[in-house]
Design a protein around this ligand. Structure first.
Ligand code: ZN
Ligand code: ZN
Length: 389
């Protein structure tokens, strides 16, 4: 009897000990959970030379004050255009890369070889056609050559212009030695598995103003909480013209600065600032060819067509949502004013159609902007429409 009591007592001690070890281990494991934070700035550098200053260094200094790393999605051809005759962009990018910031390649010159529009390049979305392996490989190797000649480096990741790429692009990128791609979009029939994708999340600095400054901060923080819990990282997206638009009064730089303060306060020691390739390596594992991509990592893109375009008085937007989502479609004039909101509501997955009657608008160019936030996908798409009366 005494013996049994002792054994039972030993058992209980063992159980308590095991429980303690488990609690300790959980604590250690939780402490090791990292939140990776990526800052991706696309379209380096904008052709809009009316926006000054031209340099990337103000934004970079703000990031460095947070010990944050920036991934610059560089359009190689810009480095050999006349706006870079002074070589300042080249020098700034070389210095930036030397400090650990990342140079990603953003297409070749961000202009479609088929239709000459600047909204896409790897595939032609105007005519809905792919570019041949020879054309896409040519764009990629020409881009690599410029980056090598100008900056003396090989980019670690690829960002397709306009988020448009297809199976041929993936294949050509892998063949040219790219370990990672970063894109929200995928084309129908995208099957090439060996180029892991680290998609960006949201962008908040398009038309940032004093009026929407606070609301955008709250939106961004909410999104960061949600997406880091789901994905283990957050990739904040910015575009070069939009970091420049806020330069005069420092609005965009201040906004990102405050956002990073808040993110640091929220995540503390778990927060790790990293580039696209560093984050991809942590989140997606071994690059290209060695391990196949985790299924479902490439999100399906919303498919959209505008008809007719150019249009006279009325245009129709036909689109297909890959999943139910909060969906917004706004129309903007060339000054960036939202002149119509065609939808701003939760919509079911599947096909939808919206019409815009522009009888009281002047002839000219307008922009549409689509934002959708579903449970697993989110995206922002923009495009041009032309009204001819
Ligand atoms: Zn095109
Ligand atoms: Zn771009």
């Amino acid at each position: 009897m005494i013996n049994r009591m002792t054994n039972w007592s030993k058992m209980r001690h063992l159980k308590i000990l095991l429980a303690l070890i488990l609690i300790l281990m959980t604590g250690i494991l939780n402490a090791q959970d990292k939140i990776y934070f990526v800052i991706r700035v696309d379209d380096i550098q904008s052709r809009n030379t009316t926006m000054v200053p031209r340099r990337i260094t103000d934004f970079e200094t703000m990031a460095e004050n947070h010990r944050a790393l920036v991934t610059w999605a560089v359009i190689p051809h810009r480095l050999i255009e006349s706006q870079n005759n002074d070589g300042i962009l080249t020098d700034d990018l070389i210095a930036s890369a030397a400090k650990g910031h990342e140079i990603a390649m953003h297409g070749y010159n961000h202009i479609c070889p088929t239709c000459s529009q600047s909204s896409h390049e790897m595939i032609c979305t105007t005519y809905g056609i792919s570019h041949s392996p020879a054309i896409q490989s040519g764009l990629i190797s020409d881009g690599l050559k410029i980056l090598s000649d100008s900056l003396g480096l090989k980019p670690a990741s690829f960002v397709p212009p306009g988020h448009y790429a297809d199976t041929t692009s993936y294949s050509a990128l892998a063949q040219n030695g790219f370990p990672w791609i970063s894109t929200t979009g995928s084309a129908p029939g995208l099957i090439y598995p060996n180029l892991p994708n680290l998609p960006p999340h949201n962008e908040y600095t398009w038309y940032l103003s004093n009026d929407n400054y606070q609301a955008r901060l709250q939106d961004a923080l909410r999104d960061i909480r949600e997406k880091t819990a789901r994905d283990g990282y957050y990739c904040l997206l910015l575009h070069d013209p939009f970091i420049r638009l806020g330069y005069e009064n420092g609005l965009v730089i201040n906004w990102v600065n405050v956002l990073l303060d808040s993110v640091e306060a929220e995540f503390g020691e778990s927060l790790v600032y990293a580039t696209i390739s560093q984050t991809a390596e942590q989140i997606l594992g071994t690059p290209s060819g060695l391990e196949s991509e985790k299924p479902g990592r490439v999100p399906e893109m919303i498919t959209l067509s505008t008809y007719p375009n150019p249009f006279n008085n009325q245009i129709r937007f036909d689109y297909n949502l890959p999943e139910a989502a909060q969906f917004k479609l706004g129309i903007f004039d060339v000054l960036g004013r939202e002149i119509a909101t065609l939808a701003d509501q939760w919509q079911a997955a599947g096909g939808h159609s919206l019409k815009w009657s522009a009888a009281d608008q002047a002839s000219g160019m307008y922009y549409y902007r689509i934002q959708y936030n579903g449970t697993s996908l989110s995206n922002i798409l923009t495009g041009r429409i032309i009204l001819i009366k």
